[in-house]
Design a binder for this molecule. Structure first.
Ligand SMILES: [Zn+2]
Length: 128
């Protein structure tokens, strides 16, 4: 399985994709088909996503079945600057508000469940 995050660059980048036919940007990368126009295969190419965006919703999880993710923790929904909407978990002691700018994402504890590992942190200026 290809990782959803490229850790070979600093800061890490999310592995998204874009459609050469219609320009749609999505996450995570896949080549099965564009969600907008249906193009597939070579029409879809991987692109790095900075992991910066704006918070659209948050919710506190008080009970969770996976013992590796002890509650409570804050799940954050954000719209990335490049377009896709993703979820992550707020970094320790960070409580972003809806509308707040965040990112780039961090990955302090990559596990076999990377989607749960994506951490949302306060926005930092980045030139990359
Ligand atoms: Zn498309």
């Amino acid at each position: 399985m290809t990782s959803i995050v490229d850790l070979s660059v600093d800061p890490p980048k999310l592995r998204g994709g874009s459609c050469r036919e219609c320009g749609f940007v999505f996450f995570p990368f896949q080549a099965y088909g564009c969600e907008r126009c249906g193009a597939y295969g070579e029409s879809l190419r991987p692109i790095p996503l900075k992991g910066q965006g704006r918070v659209t919703a948050t919710t506190v999880v008080h009970r969770h079945a996976d013992p590796r993710r002890p509650p409570p923790f804050l799940v954050v929904q954000l719209v990335l600057d490049e377009g896709p909407s993703i979820r992550g978990i707020a970094a320790d002691d960070y409580t972003p508000e809806v509308g707040e700018r965040v990112g780039p994402i961090t990955l302090p504890d990559v596990t076999d469940d990377e989607l749960l590992a994506v951490r949302v942190a306060p926005e930092k200026e980045t030139t990359r």
